[in-house]
Design a binder for this molecule. Structure first.
Ligand SMILES: [Zn+2]
Length: 237
């Protein structure tokens, strides 16, 4: 019942979103049927935010090996080229790779974006916490992130978002806008790292599934708004 209510609320903001279970079935099916990929030999990597709330969404792909975890705060692939290289070297013989990536955003039944009820907590909390913190700081016109050892990921995340700052703040829904901007940053970095590390892959194909994870209440399925599904032929990259 609650799941059905969430369905309407989520689709109000993300009309193409499907629940995480349907997402995994749909895309694993596409890989197998349309692209003739042997699912029993696929190593998965994720580039999603460190937040514990995203774990259930990635477990829907548990039929695959992995995951190799590339993501840090916000979902940026902080493991970098070294991480991409290591991942490439771990692919089963004769197998292929799958990378699931994107930022996340919470939603409440009232349709508030950037918030969610977390397990055993009475009040709503931020989701994504890292992105909502960045948004809060961006509202101070004098603020700019300072890269440092003790808060490296958050500062890098904010630095990557600086070119989008004005657009985000002027948007009708800044919570959604900062999430969309982060998707673009992650998507570009994944493609960049794949290109620079292509010589490390002995697999012929790398499947990408990128989009936005939408966190609902605890115990209910998350949703996924797919933005990119592609099977890359590594020889032509
Ligand atoms: Zn997060």
């Amino acid at each position: 019942m609650l799941q059905r209510k969430f369905d309407q609320v989520v689709k109000g903001h993300f009309p193409n979103a499907t629940d995480a279970k349907d997402t995994s079935i749909q895309y694993l099916g596409k890989m197998q049927i349309e692209h003739k990929i042997d699912i029993s030999k696929v190593l998965m990597a994720t580039s999603v935010c460190s937040d514990d709330i995203n774990i259930p969404s990635t477990t829907f792909f548990n039929v695959l090996f992995g995951p190799f975890i590339m993501g840090g705060l916000g979902g940026l692939p902080f493991a970098g080229q070294t991480g991409m290289t290591a991942f490439a070297h771990h692919i089963p013989d004769g197998g292929s790779a799958f990378i699931f990536y994107g930022p996340h955003i919470g939603i409440t039944l009232d349709g508030d974006l950037g918030k969610m009820y977390r397990p055993r907590q009475e009040d709503t909390g931020n989701s994504c916490g890292a992105l909502m913190l960045a948004l809060d700081r961006f509202q101070d016109g004098n603020y700019s992130p300072v890269i440092n050892d003790d808060d490296y990921q958050q500062m890098k995340l904010e630095e990557s978002l600086l070119p989008y700052r004005e657009d985000i703040l002027n948007s009708d829904n800044p919570q959604k806008a900062i999430t969309e901007a982060t998707y673009e940053i992650i998507d570009k970095k994944i493609h960049d790292h794949l290109k620079s590390c292509k010589g490390e892959f002995h697999a012929d194909h790398v499947t990408l599934l990128g989009g936005i994870i939408i966190n609902t209440d605890y115990g209910l399925d998350d949703y996924f708004d797919a933005r990119n599904f592609e099977v890359i032929d590594m020889k032509s990259l």
